[in-house]
Design a protein around this ligand. Structure first.
Ligand SMILES: Cc1cc2nc3c(=O)[nH]c(=O)nc-3n(C[C@H](O)[C@H](O)[C@H](O)COP(=O)(O)OP(=O)(O)OC[C@H]3O[C@@H](n4cnc5c(N)ncnc54)[C@H](O)[C@@H]3O)c2cc1C
Length: 484
């Protein structure tokens, strides 16, 4: 009898991995939290290939797990360890990284059309080569793909000024679970012609169809950028600084990030050559980035002056107690590196429990005051590692073991705290009107937990959409939608 793998091999010669060792890198996520099983890994070269693969999967009832750079935080890009549905065979992993062409750039329309597997960094570089900015920016940009960014509606460090991935996309090309190719590559900024299918696919984490290409919005390249690290007593002062900063410099404020002194300590301890940029340790720090367009020779001086004025005024009010401003590219990169190296430095001190939460910006100080205290009381074993995109109301409200408790022998005891700690944090987030996943999606990590906070009606509407667009339930099974 011909096996499913044999027929797949016959159809997709040269685009298929079936050997266990070849498939292994595609079956485990980058955090090594989830490992799954698959019939095969398929590596299409074109959107037409994707359509052919999905037609075959639909005919043979084979589930599909779309995968980009596999840098997602929620386990969405790897299959489950066994078939989610007893009637279905194991899925194929559909790796989109060979769909890696920049199809066109239109500087006058400020748009570009790129295939799903182009890395975010390559998208930024292609835009820059045409004298334009593609502003989505996150620490995984060398590996993550634009298809994955859109499927997970990624955020990153410039959301404050430019919005998240959803706001940077004008059109999509998508292959449906039946293998039909929808050309929605519209380059329009206004198009009110019915239901917005593009918005449906963005953030759907591969559960409705496969994104094969996208139209992206471009912006003027900044002529100068400057960044400052400002020491603040608490997030109350950080927040007090945000609105005046926006009023004063407007759209020039392109990032407003926060980190605690614990984060600073982790980075200075674990990243060689890093030092605290201000003299005295402070409970919190704000990273502010200003980006200026215009004439490069004047923009540099203008950006520095704006930052000095802003921080000078904030020091007079006592919101800011000390600050370091970048004077050149090396200092600019060194200050950003502190923020970008927090996750890696946190991993160096043991297992981590991560919470990617969103709150109304104005509630953040009260949330932190009450939730920090509740954690300190209930979980004295936990050292909090808190940082994030304050301007967007998005905190990475993470936990590490207390110093000296990060070794392998304590790992199981620390990870056993995850369930009760999640409950405490997520209940508090909900009480403040927040979200348990700001930018990382639900995947498998938050899939079932999300059911605690969504109304039955919202869940029913989401399931109706899934049923309408993927009637056989073949797309990324057991992801995003709660199992019960
Ligand atoms: C160091 C580091 C820093 C990070 N910082 C941020 C950050 O600041 N902000 C942020 O939002 N995220 C961040 N992330 C998470 C991650 O990089 C993003 O979620 C990214 O958008 C995922 O892209 P990817 O190509 O790796 O997607 P994958 O991980 O491969 O997939 C993510 C989801 O999208 C689906 N998918 C992938 N490609 C397609 C496609 N073409 N069509 C349909 N579905 C698809 C997958 O099935 C999966 O459900 C970070 C990750 C790392 C490792």
């Amino acid at each position: 009898m011909t096996s499913l793998t044999d027929t797949l091999r016959a159809c997709f010669t040269g685009k298929l991995l079936t050997d266990a060792a070849d498939m292994a890198p595609f079956l485990t996520d980058w955090r090594k939290m989830w490992t799954g099983a698959a019939l095969a890994v398929v590596q299409p070269d074109t959107a037409q290939d994707v359509a052919q693969v999905l037609t075959w999967c639909n005919a043979n009832n084979v589930p599909v797990v779309p995968q980009g750079g596999s840098t997602g935080m929620s386990g969405g890009s790897v299959p489950e360890p066994s078939s989610a549905n007893a009637d279905q065979p194991l899925p194929i992993v559909l790796s989109l990284t060979r769909l890696n062409k920049v199809r066109s750039v239109d500087p006058q329309n400020n748009t570009m059309v790129v295939e799903a597997g182009v890395t975010l960094q390559a998208v930024q570089e292609a835009a820059c080569a045409a004298g334009r900015l593609f502003p989505l920016s996150l620490a995984a940009e060398g590996t993550c793909t634009i298809g994955g960014n859109l499927a997970s509606n990624a955020g990153g460090v410039q959301v404050l000024r430019y919005g998240n991935a959803r706001e940077l996309c004008l059109g999509l090309e998508v292959v449906t679970p039946e293998g039909e190719l929808w050309d929605g590559l519209r380059t329009l900024r206004k198009d009110n012609t019915g239901y917005d299918l593009r918005d449906m696919y963005i953030g759907s984490e591969g559960t409705l169809g496969v994104i094969t290409a996208a139209v992206l919005k471009l912006f003027p390249l900044p002529a100068a950028q400057t960044i400052a690290l400002a020491a603040v007593p608490s997030t109350r002062e950080a927040l007090a600084l945000l609105n005046p900063a926006q009023s004063r410099v407007g759209a020039a404020l392109t990032a407003f990030e926060v980190l605690t002194d614990t984060c600073m300590e982790l980075v200075t301890d674990h990243v060689p050559g890093t030092r605290r940029p201000v003299t005295e340790a402070s409970p919190w720090y704000v990273l502010l980035e200003l980006s200026i367009t215009g004439q490069p020779d004047q923009a540099e001086a203008q950006a520095s002056q704006m930052m000095e004025d802003l921080l000078g005024a904030a020091m007079e009010t006592g919101w800011v107690t000390d600050a370091a401003i970048s004077a050149n590219l090396a200092q600019f990169e060194a200050l950003w590196a502190i923020r970008e190296n927090i996750s890696e430095s946190q991993s160096a001190v043991g297992k981590t429990i991560k919470h990617d939460i969103a709150l109304p910006v104005s509630c953040i100080p009260d949330f932190l005051e009450s939730t920090d205290a509740a954690i300190a009381q209930a979980f004295p074993q936990v050292r909090q590692v808190v940082f994030g995109h304050l301007g967007d109301g998005n905190l990475h409200y993470n936990a590490s073991p207390q110093p000296g408790m990060g070794s392998a022998e304590h790992a199981a005891a620390f990870l056993a705290l995850e369930g009760p700690l999640n409950k405490l944090v997520h209940d508090a987030v909900h009480a403040f009107g927040g979200s348990i996943s700001a930018e990382h999606g639900l995947g498998v990590l938050r899939r079932d937990e999300s059911a605690r906070f969504k109304s039955p009606l919202e869940l029913k509407l989401m399931r109706n959409i899934k049923q309408a667009l993927d009637p056989k339930g073949l797309m990324n099974p057991a992801k995003l939608l709660p199992l019960n």
